[in-house]
Design a protein around this ligand. Structure first.
Ligand code: GDP
Length: 366
């Protein structure tokens, strides 16, 4: 599955947020499997209002959302890239994640010590990213000489790798995360760039942990964070970890009331989960029948056989056709029968690239 790491300085509210995420998931887990894999790894369901609509049209007995894994990565302090604190373990944990959520402290509370002695989310973001950039710098410089040798021969891949390394080095050496380099790298080389496994090349989102009163609106600190990172195209999520941890204790009815009290329409966690999902360039397709309507996760651009493989490897190996109905047709025409009558039912082959929202049924041979 896809993993989003939760990263930040100590005492910014990472664990509070992570616990709220997993408790909410556990509380909502009545009709689908939930698991906390390790103390710091949890799977959450991805809220998607299309599920209810498809299930209504398909008269499904159950709904199964797709899931996303969050990892609470503790141990970041200044000097982590040099092995300070839990440095190496910390970096290895981040390397395994597909995306990073940076939690930034945007609340003032004299009872909660700030490791750097002041509330300054931008400085905190810089402290974290600097450690990751130092780690990237070291790994780029370490790898370059061997590749240079290879590139002297006819090794085209090594040549490309060196070019990409040099572009990344340029950014990181200037104190810019490697992900910003993507803008000047041709689409065709993006995969090779990702294969460099740079920490600061991972897609990032910034989570502003604000005081309770600012959960709906944000505050002066979160405003500063937005002004800095939104122009880079980064996603900024405003959340109050404290409120989320309270919401996680409530049943659905109480939660709705409490949210209304706060002037909110949904828990901030939903926005965080959705943001994490979009960050990973993930899309959802659905399967729907009398038993259940279920959401499945694929990356954008996935062809039908590989999409089928997410359900079962046999579906991919024996793939014949994908019976396909677009989400809007499925819902507005009253499910499969109506879509067929309206000529909106398609049989797609191996080359078909699955669209977000497709309702699919795979034909396959064993
Ligand atoms: P971590 O070290 O980043 O995992 O931080 P924790 O989640 O353990 O939180 C550190 C302390 O800050 C705990 O005492 C939390 O109760 C407190 N805390 C977390 N979020 C908030 C918040 O939004 N407001 C306030 N006032 N305290 C918070």
């Amino acid at each position: 599955g896809f993993k989003c790491g939760i990263v930040g300085l100590p005492n910014v509210g990472k664990s509070t947020l992570f616990n709220a995420l997993t408790q909410t998931a556990a509380a909502q887990a009545a009709n689908y499997p939930f698991c906390t894999i390790e103390p710091n790894v949890g799977e959450v369901s991805v809220p998607d209002e299309r599920l209810q609509k498809i299930a209504a049209a398909a008269k499904s007995a159950a709904i199964i959302p797709t899931r996303l894994t969050f990892v609470d990565i503790a141990g970041l302090v200044r000097g982590a890239s040099k092995g300070e604190g839990l440095g190496n373990k910390f970096l290895a944990n981040i390397r395994e994640c597909d995306a990073i959520a940076y939690v930034l402290r945007c609340f003032v509370d004299d009872d909660v010590t700030h490791v750097e002695g002041r509330v300054d989310p931008l400085a905190d973001a810089d402290t974290i990213e600097t450690e990751l950039m130092l780690a990237d710098l070291e790994s780029l410089e370490r790898r370059r000489p061997a590749l240079e040798k290879k590139a002297k021969g006819a090794d085209k891949e090594a040549k490309t790798a060196i070019q990409l390394i040099d572009i990344a080095l340029k950014y990181v050496a200037e104190g810019k995360p490697a992900r910003l380099a993507l803008a000047e790298i041709p689409e065709a080389d993006h995969r090779a760039f990702r294969n460099l496994q740079l920490l600061t090349a991972k897609p990032a989102l910034y989570v502003c942990n604000v005081d309770e009163a600012s959960a709906g609106t944000g505050n002066e600190y979160s405003k500063i964070v937005e002004d800095r990172f939104k122009p880079e195209g980064a996603e900024v999520v405003i959340i109050s970890a404290k409120i989320e941890s309270e919401l996680a204790q409530l049943d659905e009815e109480e939660r709705t009331l409490y949210l209304a009290d706060l002037g909110l329409t949904e828990p901030g966690l939903n926005r965080l989960i959705s943001a994490g999902y979009h960050l990973l360039d993930l899309i959802t397709y659905f399967t729907a029948g009398p038993k259940e309507t279920r959401a499945w996760t694929i990356t954008k651009g996935t062809a039908a056989p590989a999409a089928a493989g997410v359900i079962h490897s046999d579906f991919e190996k024996g793939f014949i056709r994908a019976e396909t109905i677009a989400y809007s047709d499925f819902v507005s025409l009253g499910g499969e029968t109506g879509a067929k009558e309206a000529g909106k039912f398609r049989l797609e082959g191996k080359e078909y690239v699955v669209n977000d929202g497709d309702v699919l049924h795979f034909r396959f041979a064993n």
